[in-house]
Design a binder for this molecule. Structure first.
Ligand code: HEC
Length: 189
């Protein structure tokens, strides 16, 4: 039957659409049916935890920071998805505690995807609370002052614009917030 797809355009289109449909089912419909935790993640957060451990919409400030992240193209070098790979959870981990793997609920408030594909820099999905604002300011001003040999470009127009710096850092501090995973509540502001 598949031989017909070589000589018959209709068969080719039907076969291509069929395969595409199967791929769609396997990657979007099947996973939440097979792994129920995908659904419970939405209801299992604890609102009493305040700033962390809570899935909530961005504040206006965080939203402005999100827009700056998109404008500056940070996603061309940084991903925001901790995959199920051991190397990912260790790389984004903190004080020997492995970072939790990304789950769909973490992205429901996003209006532009920032998953990224290229891991030129480290994944930022768990960077919230890792550094304080002073660190980010110095890092945006000139990454090499803090990380010798860094190939991240300087963003002095952000470092020297108090409003934009506050907004972008506020956004970065939300990365991983819905997981509240850092040991000892160790969150830098
Ligand atoms: C040309 C690629 C590139 C671009 C564009 C880029 N970065 Fe980076 N970034 C890197 C690299 C490489 C590192 C690792 C070295 C370092 O820390 O400077 C890094 C590190 C970081 C870190 C520290 C991560 C950690 O866990 O230590 C943060 C935060 C960060 N970048 C934020 C940003 C933001 C926000 C933007 C957009 C305004 C941005 N980066 C744009 C390449 C890039």
């Amino acid at each position: 039957m598949l031989g017909k797809t070589d000589s018959n355009a209709t068969w080719f289109i039907v076969a291509a659409l069929g395969l595409f449909f199967i791929g769609g089912l396997l990657t979007t419909v099947a996973p939440p049916l097979l792994d129920k935790s995908w659904n419970t993640a939405f209801v299992n957060h604890d609102p009493s935890k305040g700033m962390t451990g809570e899935l909530k919409p961005y504040t206006e400030q965080e939203n402005r920071g999100y827009a700056i992240y998109i404008r500056e193209g940070c996603k061309y070098c940084h991903t925001q998805q901790v995959r199920t790979l051991e190397a990912d959870t260790v790389r984004s981990g903190w004080k020997g505690v492995k970072a939790p793997v990304s789950t769909p609920d973490e992205f429901v408030n996003d209006w532009r995807q920032t998953f990224g594909t290229k891991r030129t820099g480290p994944d930022l999905a768990r960077v919230g609370g890792k550094y304080n604002k002073q660190w980010h300011k110095a890092h945006f001003n000139n990454p090499r002052d803090l990380v010798p040999g860094s190939i991240m470009p300087p963003f002095p127009w952000i470092a020297n614009n108090p409003q934009e710096l506050d907004d972008l850092v506020a956004y970065l501090q939300t990365r991983g917030r819905a997981k509240d995973w850092r040991p000892d509540g160790d969150y830098e502001k």
